[in-house]
Design a binder for this molecule. Structure first.
Ligand code: SF4
Ligand code: SF4
Length: 347
């Protein structure tokens, strides 16, 4: 695989990184097996976050005897609750990852100006102290809003920026990549498959071979996924014109208002599983009723009592970096689930 250098840090890694956000879906034993295979195939960069349930623990356990050349990145959202909360979560990350030092540690979901203000109000100084003490090699920042991230990078305080970039979300091409390059900031790409909604996964990954985007970290939760992704990055075939068109057509059909399944909007006080709502809505809304749509609606039927409790409070919209209109989609799904009960496809 192609080896890249991460900004001005001098750290080198394979272009394909391992996104560990889906490790909570598998057992410790399986996680160990997957990560061992990733290491064998040349993956050296592992990205996780304190918010990803037991992902840090699984990574820490699986990488306990890995070579020192392995690079680990993690981050915390606790800066939104002040420096003490952030300190506690940082110390927890060290314990869970079983490391004396984390290569990149940073601020998770710095999306809006108030988030950046929270980072600058103490947590950034705290991480600088940890850096002086040797517990963090480099300070990172992640977010979904290129404008906020550019403003953060202009301050020169961050060695790495992580953000979504894919065939649907190409906004970082309009300034954010340039600012990162000017400042010598490494870039790490989250959601290369747009949160898993792009069906042509191989094409979606090959999209990156026309750019120098940094380390690409698709979430992986099986040996098969690791092997397939490594194969794509070893071949490193750029998209042909017709493949590019195929991918762009898929992106156009999805539009911008689709859920990336990041769960930042959770929890909902009414117990609504919001990413699941969007998954079912996307597969069923506006589609003719057939066996597949009926099957998907069946899966959603058990959510109906909770969906009917939606108060349209709008808290989920405030927390969503993409302003997805969840209350509207909940309403639509309630109507769909009720009317589907009359369909002959519905058992
Ligand atoms: S608007 Fe509905 S789905 Fe969103 S947080 Fe409020 S109750 Fe939950
Ligand atoms: S509605 Fe928004 S915040 Fe919630 S999972 Fe989807 S993209 Fe993420």
């Amino acid at each position: 695989m192609k080896i890249i250098t991460l900004g001005n840090t001098g750290i080198q890694t394979a272009e394909l990184g391992f996104g560990a956000m889906y490790l909570p879906r598998v057992s410790f034993k399986k996680a160990e097996h997957i990560i061992k295979r990733a290491l064998e195939l040349g993956i050296t960069y592992f990205d996780t976050a304190a918010a990803y349930q037991d992902s840090e623990e699984k990574l820490g356990s699986a990488l306990a005897s890995a070579p020192v050349s392995v690079v680990i990145a993690s981050r915390s959202m606790a800066y939104k609750m002040g420096v003490d909360a952030f300190r506690q979560e940082f110390e927890q990350s060290l314990r869970r990852l079983r490391r004396e030092r984390i290569d990149f540690y940073g601020f998770h979901a710095v999306n809006q100006p108030p988030d950046l203000a929270n980072v600058l109000a103490g947590p950034l100084d705290f991480l600088r102290e940890q850096q002086e003490q040797g517990k963090v090699r480099h300070i990172a920042i992640t977010g979904h809003n290129p404008v906020t991230l550019r403003e953060a990078l202009q301050r020169g305080a961050f060695a790495m920026a992580m953000f979504p970039f894919n065939v649907i979300e190409q906004e970082p091409l309009h300034g954010l990549f340039d600012t990162a390059r000017e400042k010598g900031v490494a870039t790490s790409i989250m959601k290369p498959l747009a949160g898993g909604v792009l069906e042509h996964k191989a094409l979606a990954l090959r999209f990156f071979f026309s750019f120098c985007a940094g380390v690409i970290t698709p979430g992986m939760a099986s040996v098969e996924e690791v092997e397939k992704n490594v194969h794509i990055f070893e071949e490193r075939r750029q998209l042909t014109a017709s493949e590019q068109q195929q991918l762009e057509e898929e992106a156009a059909a999805l539009g911008k208002e689709f859920c990336r399944r990041c769960s930042y909007c959770m929890p909902c006080e009414q117990g609504i599983m919001i990413p699941f709502v969007h998954m079912i809505h996307m597969k069923c809304w506006g589609k003719p009723m057939d066996d597949e749509v009926a099957y998907t609606l069946q899966l959603g039927k058990r959510m109906l009592p909770a969906l009917e409790q939606c108060t349209a409070c709008g808290k989920c919209v405030e927390k969503c970096p993409y302003n997805i209109p969840t209350p509207q989609r909940v309403r639509e799904l309630v109507g769909l689930l009720k009317s589907a009960s009359d369909s002959p496809h519905f058992p």
